[in-house]
Write a protein that binds this ligand. Structure first.
Ligand code: PLP
Length: 404
């Protein structure tokens, strides 16, 4: 045994209790949220309903998206064949970037192999290259933002989550230094929404550049699915918008959109963009079809909003605590590691409902949640059944409720 093998064997033995179990599922194209899952102990196939997918609008099975993907495979094959700079820029990459720039009313856009990479690569450049920059980062920003800022090696101030007064205090203290505010619109675990107008006003007052991650909003909110800033009519107040193609748009990949000079700087200097193979053309073609579809259809957004609102109402009636009623991310608060895991198991065993329990380190210990994601593909009856099932599980495990 080498020293490393020895080390990791021991570490994973110690970690065994907290170890994450990945449920093996096959989402049925055309019938999602239905999926098949392999039961851990017996290996039996179960038919389940998925309540924790980020394919919020069901675009991963949209016929126009699937057709675009299949046609692009037939035309251009499986992979892109290279990095963007060396033979790997396909016609669909460019069309998709043009479509995303237009969606956000920005000069330019750039796609990456994932949303994680988009944040990591873009922030490394946008926060890291200009000397003297100070970054103001919301306390609940996603790991990809934290990693991008780390790689930028930039001076960073963390403001309390959505706390505009704290942000202003920090901005004020830094005088004339170049400032960059980094935030999300819909927060991925809490589902609450940032006070965008107030943050935009502060950015203006202090001459700060803004970078907004709209990963859990693009496709789902705003005219044409352009996100929360667009919904609030203030998209032009944010310098750079970042999004994913993997959630509302149902495929895979990430992007930024913004002023041409800044996007070009990322294209020219970001290692996470330069030194990796570009997205398969068929993925870009599918994403393009999804963006175009959602630019012209409100139906999926309306279904998602109706399901989320009904779920908020039912959980409130059952006095099941959830973190925020502001979005479609409905995080039911359990606050206990073992009970959260058990709740997830019971939902699956008894009701064939799959909601992943979210435990440390994704959330702090004692803040465990069931991150429930209704989708546009759930029916009203599905939502009603889900709420009843959750209520029974809450009862059985004696999970605290909100006060009457
Ligand atoms: N930003 C936020 C806020 C996220 O929640 C996520 C992923 O969940 C990402 C970025 C990364 O996006 P992707 O899944 O496309 O890599």
């Amino acid at each position: 045994m080498t020293a490393h093998l020895d080390f990791f064997t021991q570490e994973m033995q110690e970690f065994a209790e907290q170890s994450r179990q990945f449920l093996e599922i096959g989402r049925h194209a055309g019938r999602f949220p239905s999926a098949s899952a392999r039961e851990g102990r017996s290996g039996a196939e179960l038919e389940i309903s998925v309540w924790c997918s980020n394919d919020y609008l069901g675009m991963g099975q949209n016929p126009a998206v699937l057709t675009a993907m299949k046609e692009a495979v037939d035309a251009f094959g499986a992979g892109s064949g290279g990095s963007r700079n060396i033979g790997g820029t396909n016609y669909y990459h460019v069309l998709l970037e043009q479509e995303l720039a237009a969606l956000h009313g920005m000069e330019s856009a750039l796609i990456f192999s994932s949303g994680y990479t988009a944040n990591d690569a873009a922030l490394t450049v946008l926060a890291g290259r200009m000397p003297g920059t100070v970054v103001y980062s919301d306390q609940l920003n996603h790991a990809s933002i934290i990693d991008g800022l780390r790689h930028a090696g930039v001076e960073k101030r963390v403001f309390r989550h959505n706390d505009v007064a704290h942000l202003e205090e920090l901005l004020q203290a830094d005088g004339d230094r170049p400032k960059l505010i980094v935030l999300e619109s819909v927060y991925s675990m809490s589902g609450d929404i940032a006070p965008l107008a107030e943050i935009a006003a502060l950015a203006e007052k202090y001459g700060a550049t803004t970078y907004i991650d709209e990963v859990h909003a693009v496709g789902m909110y705003g005219p044409r699915g352009a996100g929360i800033a667009a919904r609030e009519g203030i998209a032009d107040k944010f310098t750079v918008v970042m999004g994913t193609l993997a959630k509302g748009f149902g495929t895979s990949g990430g992007y930024i959109a913004g002023p041409a000079a800044m996007v070009d700087a990322v294209r020219s200097f970001a290692r996470g963009f330069i030194f990796t193979t570009s997205l398969p053309p068929a993925v870009a073609a599918a994403a393009l079809a999804a963006v175009r579809h959602l630019s012209g259809s409100d139906q999926e957004r309306e279904r998602l909003a109706a399901n989320a609102q009904l779920l908020h109402r039912r959980l409130t009636e059952h006095r099941i605590p959830f973190v925020s009623p502001m979005s479609h991310i409905v995080s039911a608060f359990v606050g206990d590691d073992a009970r959260c895991r058990r709740a997830s198991e019971l939902l699956l065993e008894r009701y064939r409902i799959y909601v992943q329990s979210i435990n440390a380190p994704s959330v702090k210990e004692g803040e465990e949640i069931l991150r429930i994601a209704p989708s546009a593909t759930h029916t009203t009856a599905d939502v009603e059944k889900f709420a009843e099932a959750l209520d029974t599980v809450w009862q059985e495990l004696d999970i605290p409720r909100t006060r009457a």
